[in-house]
Ligand binder design. Sequence first.
Ligand code: NAP
Length: 274
Amino acid sequence: MEKNPSDLFALFGNPVGHSLSPAMHNAALKEMSINGLYVPVLVEHLEAAVKGIRGLGLRGVSVTIPFKTKIMKYLDVIDRDSRRIGAVNTVVNRKGRLVGLNTDWQGIVETLSAVMTIRGKSVMILGAGGTARAALFGILKKGGKPFIVNRTAQKGRRLAKEWGCPFYPIEAIKNIKADCLINTTPVGMFPNMDQSPVNRTLLNNFDVVMDVIYNPLRTTLLKDAEKAGCMILSGLDMFIHQGAEQLKLWTGQEPPREAMRHVVQEALEGNIKK
Ligand code: NAP
């Protein structure tokens, strides 16, 4: 099949203006000596945009808010893991056949695995949205023991039941101890950087604290956790790993994770007043 003069990749989302994915992926493509371009696309009509993947011969697409679930019905194949999670963040164009996959769970697992063995460990997942589902999937797959804590009890309970794990209401946090805490809520994200989803006096009940937020790089939750003596992991690691896994799916090559991290970190440090 004849290819575009350069390999084209895109991010589908709405909004996409502040995304760091283009900077990360374009830096990686350059480092990998792939003559490619990754562009952000503000999608107004999802079905038409998906047809455009074939029409324009895009090799791959990242999918972000609010399309991760909505896009599934327009794709030709959804892999089993993504079906279980209920969301797709990656589309691979295999000769016109559009395959939906999810690398968010890998981003979480690879981040945690750098500092702990997940098997047998208790992991408190705070939140019950899309990222919580990816976390649940990954931790269960690696033999961990996740449980859910969520602001809206009904939603949290439903999610926990679906995945066969315990649920605790948010007021119960004060009585919880676990090997690891993962914040999958947006609490503490720019511009609300002074907020934290967990009171700092409770953080010494966890050995490892991970935030999925990467803007700011060090959230109030992570700063407090570090002071409490916890090992801390930022959402930047998740972001890099989920992006690297996308590139691996699109190109079959191992991406330069350190170069990707460098570019994103630079962009974030340039953007954020500390
Ligand atoms: P989502 O589906 O909207 O779920 C958000 C969850 O957070 C919900 O369970 C919600 O609780 C809870 N929440 C929201 N505001 C809250 C508050 N003020 N207090 C307590 N709980 C609150 O969102 P998502 O798609 O999972 O995304 C969550 C975060 O993950 C975002 O910040 C996103 O940027 C980040 N993310 C990072 C990466 C990465 O690569 N690092 C990848 C994907 C997502 P209720 O059920 O009570 O509403």
